[in-house]
Write a protein that binds this ligand. Structure first.
Ligand SMILES: [Zn+2]
Length: 221
């Protein structure tokens, strides 16, 4: 999960209160969420949904409220449904969603599981971690086209990009400018625009040398 700044005005079609997922809404959501599902962080997912963060249950106000519409992939939307209705809000500037839940990338491309760990005991953090655990680790989900195993593989691909940069940074004969360049590339991998940025951010948070250098870039919007 990653923090989002909703810096687009409410799309015009919402004022008609007839449709909440018109093209202008999708375009604005794509922009605000950097084309990523707000739950799994998959970039440009094959199926997208305009999701109601707080289930509207017929409430017109919630149904057409721009602030309640989130960009999610089909699979996460299916898993979330109305079951997970008390999640950490990635659009709330006072909630640091990256740091709230530890995301550990898988060790190998076909690792059976990856670790998701809530960093506190409050209800929202626990529920969000539970949802993320299902998204990345459960194969008993409604959408069979995208599986948890497929997602873990995609996370591993990003982790591999980080490993390339770590090898460059920590090479015994690395030049200062090469270290600088590696740091700049790591910043691209932890940026909220990057897929699976929470997983890469946590690798940095757990690194004693890199954390002080990059801490300020983690969770930045
Ligand atoms: Zn998703």
């Amino acid at each position: 999960m990653f923090n989002v700044v909703r810096n687009e005005p409410a799309p015009a079609s919402l004022s008609g209160k007839r449709k909440y997922d018109s093209e202008d809404v999708l375009t604005a959501l794509r922009k605000v969420f950097h084309k990523k599902c707000y739950i799994c962080e998959t970039s440009e997912p094959s199926g997208v949904n305009v999701e109601h963060f707080i289930p509207h249950r017929g409430d017109e106000g919630l149904k057409y409220d721009w602030g309640n519409l989130y960009f999610s992939c089909d699979r996460c939307n299916n898993i979330k449904l109305a079951q997970y209705d008390d999640l950490l809000d990635c659009c709330d500037p006072n909630t640091e969603v990256v740091r709230a839940i530890k995301h550990k990338p898988p060790m190998t491309a076909y690792a059976r599981k990856l670790d998701i760990e809530a960093q506190s005991n409050d209800q929202k953090t626990q529920m969000t971690a539970e949802l993320l655990d299902r998204v990345f680790n459960s194969d008993h989900t409604p959408n069979k086209a995208v599986t948890a195993s497929f997602l873990r593989h995609k996370v591993f691909d990003r982790y591999n990009l980080l490993l390339d940069q770590l090898n460059k940074y920590y090479a015994p004969v690395a030049l200062d400018k090469e270290k600088e360049e590696a740091l700049e590339r790591i910043k691209l991998l932890i940026a909220p625009t990057a897929p699976y940025s929470a997983f890469i951010s946590w690798c940095i948070l757990e690194d004693e040398e890199l954390r002080p250098l990059l801490d300020g870039y983690i969770g930045q919007t």
